[in-house]
Design a protein around this ligand. Structure first.
Ligand code: 8DG
Ligand code: MN
Ligand code: MN
Length: 364
């Protein structure tokens, strides 16, 4: 790319065809666009939300700092509205529209409520309509809460304090040691944002498997009971495996359904590592535990490494460009009517005819 060529000249249309590092040069622009994406999501405008997310994701993959809108050239995936926001931030340092959103009562309340573990946009929105505005309101008006939401509220501050990498590794070691008691040879892999190189995150995503097929069955419930008996679990909600590959060569269903591994959404009681929480001696940390049979492990690893936008783009690419269905269990070729097995993430990219993107470059 020469100095005169537009910065975005070589930009491929799908995020899974690009390398997106963790750190990039257009933070103020992507923050503005992601605020609007979030706000659109709060309003139930999924399409608009996706458009802002796509635009932000394109900027994250630019090789340098954008200083004028013209440098973008005719980039795919950046619409009129996003261009206007970019221009405002470039010219004035801020976008009036974004600042207005950030100050609005609705946005602030939705943010407060959706930061409760177990509260999604629909619930938060209903509470807002009912006139609730603060966490105290929820308690004083005896709002009906699920067990998960009660735990989320009880540990609100801890769960909204970022998990540091050291803490994530400590949780990983604890789980690894516990797993060895029940299933020697099983492995525990740190996925999610930490695998993409993030120094901190909102939870710890751990993927469990065993090199011999079938040995992993039943592992999760024994593991969680033991951790619980040790006083390490503050909340847990487990789900059994409901994926039936053995039912026959049915293609996976809808593209965006949650995967169906045996899994556990939990809150761990982590002994303090120093830093905030050290005075009290422990800190509540969100942990997702997922068990995959070894034949599905590469798909699970790819699916649970994220980012969410990178995953969405991989699936969109597979379906629109390759007539294949990708999820966290398998890759299915709808033309040849067969599953495409893979022993590594690299092989999945090969099946899709994509250049391999290492985890650290999936921060789309
Ligand atoms: P963060 O925790 O630091 O905020 O970032 P993250 O690690 O990228 O986000 P995440 O919300 O923990 O999601 C990690 C990946 O897990 C993401 O690519 C989506 C994937 N994932 C699934 N199924 C499910 C599911 O049922 N629930 C959640 N929360 N994530 C899932 O494949
Ligand atoms: Mn995560
Ligand atoms: Mn997670």
């Amino acid at each position: 790319v020469t100095a005169l060529a537009p910065l975005g000249q070589q930009m491929a249309p799908y995020a899974c065809q690009r390398r997106t590092p963790l750190l990039h040069s257009n933070q103020p622009l992507t923050e503005a666009l992601e605020t609007l994406a979030e706000e659109a999501g709060f309003s139930g405008s999924e399409g608009r939300s996706l458009a802002f997310t796509r635009a932000a994701s394109v900027l994250k993959a630019l090789p340098g700092r954008l200083s004028a809108l013209e440098e973008l050239g005719p980039l795919p995936g950046i619409g009129e509205h996003s261009r206007r926001v970019i221009q405002d931030v470039l010219e004035d340092g801020v976008s009036v529209e974004v600042e207005r959103v950030k100050l609005s009562e609705r946005y602030r309340t939705m943010k407060l409520f959706t930061k409760i573990f177990g509260v999604g946009v629909r619930t938060a929105s209903r509470w807002y309509q009912e006139g609730l505005r603060t966490l105290l309101d929820l308690q004083e008006r005896n709002t009906k809460l699920t067990r998960q939401q009660q735990a989320g509220l009880r540990h609100y501050d801890d769960l909204n304090t970022p998990v540091e990498r050291g803490e994530a590794e400590s949780v990983g070691r604890t789980v690894q040691e516990a797993v060895q008691r029940f299933l020697p040879g099983a492995s525990v892999t740190l996925a999610g944002g930490f695998r993409r190189g993030k120094p901190r995150g909102h939870d710890v995503d751990l993927l469990l498997t065993h090199p011999e097929a079938g040995r992993e069955a039943g592992l999760l419930s024994r593991l969680v009971s033991w951790l619980d008996s040790q006083g390490l679990i503050l909340y847990q909600h487990s789900q059994e495996n409901s994926f039936a590959l053995c039912e026959g060569p049915e293609p996976p269903g809808s593209r965006d359904v949650l995967d169906r591994f045996e899994r556990c959404f939990s809150i761990f009681r982590l002994e303090a590592q120093g830093g905030p929480g050290a005075a009290r001696g422990w800190k509540a940390v969100r942990v997702d535990l997922v068990v995959a049979p070894v034949s599905q492990f590469p798909f699970a690893l790819l699916g649970w490494t994220g980012s969410r936008h990178f995953e969405r783009e991989l699936r969109r690419f597979a379906s629109h460009e390759r007539k294949m269905v990708l999820n966290s269990h398998a890759l299915y070729d709808t033309m040849r009517k067969r599953f495409l097995p893979a022993a590594s993430e690299e092989e999945i990219f090969q099946h899709l005819g994509l250049e391999y993107v290492p985890p650290g470059q999936r921060n789309a």
